[in-house]
Write a protein that binds this ligand. Structure first.
Ligand code: SF4
Length: 463
């Protein structure tokens, strides 16, 4: 019997007895399936060879780092000191032009944008820049772009955060959790920042009185079991101040977990010092969500920082932002998630970029986001599949977006689409009469000529 006939042997109307396969036939079917599965990732395997990562660009990063050290007359010891990086953040076009080729027009544009929107790049993050590549994902995220000034559709506060602050320094959008905003400072001011309205002319930590009022609010609301400390970047606080906040939260019996929002593993991994890790280790359970957006950001330094955090008992997650030109490509996003898992960071969310004034040149269509999700689920480990999130305007909360896997639902059955576009009817619970709808034999309803899904890869159509 040919393999095709062998496979057909198991299909039918769903009313026959299960077919009997010999061991040899089962192995033949498994081998054919294995070949079919391998073909599903051929395109990605080829594309992935050409996607730069922080590890594969090691030599280029080292060369750029040398240039920056020479520019500031600094040493390797300085480089390992996060405070040195903060003191030497690049904030003017003339300095940037010494490590990144910029035309006079580009220098003028950066200065013009800088008058409206603040910018700063840590020397570490600048070492990831690829000179000469105007589409470098690091450059797009860090260097001011004239499109920021051309934005006529963005809003200052599309999330309506000003209307979700029931107490000083607090943002509350959900029943059992809230945010304490502890600072407006970051190691770098990302060009796509969704909170850029908070990034003023000067770095400013939240006044102690406001943080005390926020803690008081949490003490008086027993339903709050999860507190996210963020900003800005929560790890811009001193170790001792962070220790104090975490200690105060630990004293509140109903606070079960603390989360910290920070991008320093990406923009300033030197901030993850042994001393900071000793502080974090004292206050379990702590979850840190960071924001890697491109595989090029997953460097040896970032890995070392994540290793230190994991050793301190911190659970790490990633909240990427879907950004046009940076990661709006299924292969790039998959590679990013694979690189993250290698450094023990679990891809958690992909945020659809919000309509924030000065950043809308990064906004993709939702179709692009769904297409990325379509190419992740099934094609790679579930661990590498984050949830695609649209933040509903007006502070109405995160809404997950999924490609349509449920085609229809009825009282007796559900019709689903698998990751390979196989349409299957499945019983809605165990049927009373198994002969009517046997669980083992699911009716196959795929009609490729009627398929409405883009890029249909229906196996029966192709093979
Ligand atoms: S680190 Fe976060 S809060 Fe700070 S500028 Fe970047 S995106 Fe905005």
């Amino acid at each position: 019997m040919t393999l095709k006939k062998l496979l057909r042997k198991g299909r039918g109307t769903g009313h026959e007895e299960p077919p009997k396969y010999t061991e040899l036939e089962k192995r033949k079917i498994a081998l054919q399936r294995a070949e079919q599965l391998k073909r599903r990732i051929t395109e990605y395997l080829e594309a992935s060879k050409h996607i730069p990562t922080g590890m594969s660009c090691r030599e280029k990063i080292e060369a750029q780092k040398k240039k920056i050290l020479a520019l500031f007359g600094a040493t390797e010891q300085d480089w390992q000191d996060w405070k040195w990086h903060m003191r030497h953040r690049i904030t003017d076009a003339a300095t940037l032009a010494k490590i990144l080729p910029l035309s006079p027009e580009e220098i003028e544009e950066i200065e013009r944008v800088g008058k409206r929107y603040r910018w700063a790049i840590s020397p570490y993050y600048a070492s990831l820049l690829t000179p000469g590549d105007k589409n470098c994902p690091i450059r797009l995220q860090s260097v001011p772009d004239p499109r920021e000034l051309e934005d006529e559709v963005g809003e200052e506060d599309p999330m309506g955060e000003a209307f979700t602050s029931p107490a000083p320094a607090i943002t509350r959008r959900y029943p059992d959790r809230l945010i304490i905003n502890v600072t407006n400072q970051c190691a770098m001011y990302c060009r796509h920042c969704q909170r850029r309205r908070n990034i003023g002319e000067v770095d400013r930590h939240t006044p102690l009185a406001d943080i005390e009022a926020a803690l008081d609010y949490i003490r008086h609301h027993e339903e709050i079991r999860d507190v996210l400390i963020t900003g800005g970047d929560a790890l811009m606080l001193s170790d001792s101040f962070l220790d104090w906040i975490l200690t105060e939260l630990d004293k509140i019996p109903h606070v079960e977990i603390k989360r910290i929002g920070t991008r320093v593993p990406v923009t300033l991994p030197m901030r993850i010092t042994d001393n900071l890790c000793a502080v974090l280790e004292k206050h379990p359970p702590i979850y840190i969500n960071t924001q890697f957006n491109h595989p090029k950001e997953v460097t040896a330094e970032a890995k070392a920082a994540c290793d230190r955090l994991v050793r301190a008992g911190v659970v790490l997650g990633n909240q990427a932002v879907l950004l046009k030109g940076v990661n709006n490509d299924p292969h790039v996003m998959k590679k990013l998630n694979h690189e993250l898992l290698k450094i023990r960071v679990r891809p958690y969310y992909i945020f659809h970029a919000k309509n924030v004034k000065g950043t809308t040149h990064f906004v993709t269509t939702i179709d692009e986001g769904l297409e990325i999700m379509e190419k992740l689920r099934g094609y790679t480990s579930g661990l590498a599949v984050p949830t695609y999130i649209l933040n509903a305007p007006g502070g109405l909360g995160k809404t997950p977006l999924f490609p349509p896997y449920v085609i229809s639902r009825g009282p007796d059955s559900i019709t689903i689409r698998t990751w390979e576009n196989r349409i299957i009817q499945y019983p809605n619970g165990l049927p009373a009469d198994r002969r009517k709808f046997p669980v083992r034999y699911l009716r196959k309803l795929c009609f490729p000529e009627k398929c409405e899904y883009r890029n249909c890869s229906c196996p029966d159509e192709q093979e």
